[in-house]
Design a protein around this ligand. Structure first.
Ligand SMILES: [Zn+2]
Length: 264
């Protein structure tokens, strides 16, 4: 047995993918007993695994990693199961299983920082946007500090007291989505435009849009009681909801912000 094969098998035993008393596993363990290269390789790998687990607590998760991994693995598993196994293909199958186990370990390590509950979809936000503000709790998520969209910073300051966890009841799953109510008046006499701005880290939003800017948004949708638009700036996805009476309030807000900016 060669060193690389013994090492794959030994790791497979550690992950529980291969029974320790399987003939190949026994052979790998015997090899390890006689091979100092494999013994030091394995102890280095254990140290590396521990460092990897540590490092991953601070890393953001690539979008769709889990589904991509499962797609990659799907063709391997049925083929291996369907074909009657000769001794050499059985060996390959077990090594493949050990590799799958390594991939699964990586997928499992990513999991705790990407629980499905913290991924917010547009439909979820739409459903809860009319919630009573008194049902929402103050935003308190040290890992994420919501920022106003670039264009908005000329008109608003983000008051920490007004930023809420969103939707209601989510602090229990450490929601990272934030919501702030706003009111915009073109002049003292003008009818105020009222709405709610939802801010979600792009890594926690299902299918985030391409990078853009509020002043370049063209698509406005209508849901009961509101006009809304969605855009992304870097790490944040923004969804702006405007209370709609006549239907054109969001377009009006965009025009007012664009127009005022031209004078500054
Ligand atoms: Zn060896």
């Amino acid at each position: 047995m060669e060193c690389w094969e013994a090492q794959e098998l030994l790791e497979g035993i550690d992950f529980g993918a291969i029974s320790a008393d399987d003939a190949l596993a026994v052979e790998a363990q015997r090899h390890q007993g006689e091979c100092s290269t494999c013994r030091s390789a394995l102890s280095q790998r254990l140290v590396w695994n521990a460092r990897l687990a540590d490092a991953m607590t601070d890393v953001s998760i690539p979008d769709g990693l889990e589904s991509r991994l499962l797609e990659q693995l799907a063709p391997i598993i049925p083929a291996a199961v369907a074909v009657p196994l000769s001794r050499s293909s059985r060996r390959r199958w077990i090594v493949a299983l050990a590799t799958i186990a390594s991939l699964m370990l990586i997928a499992a390590l990513w999991q705790p920082w990407n629980p499905p509950a913290s991924v917010v979809s547009l439909a979820i936000v739409d459903t809860h946007i009319a919630s009573d503000l008194t049902d929402l709790t103050p935003y308190d998520q040290p890992a994420w500090k919501p920022e106003l969209p670039r264009v908005w910073r000329s008109f608003f300051q983000l008051q920490p007291d007004l930023v809420h966890h969103f939707p209601a009841g989510t602090p229990s799953v450490l929601s990272v989505a934030a919501m702030v109510p706003f009111e915009f008046r073109a002049s003292a006499a003008a009818t105020p435009i009222r709405g709610r701005l939802v801010m979600i880290p792009a890594s926690h939003f299902r299918e985030p849009p391409e990078d853009g800017d509020f002043s370049a948004v063209t698509e406005v949708e209508y849901i009961p009681g509101f006009n809304r638009c969605v855009w992304r700036e870097g790490n944040w996805v923004y969804i702006c909801y405007v209370r709609s009476v006549g239907g054109a309030e969001l377009h009006e807000l965009m025009q007012l912000m664009r127009g005022s900016r031209n004078f500054t």
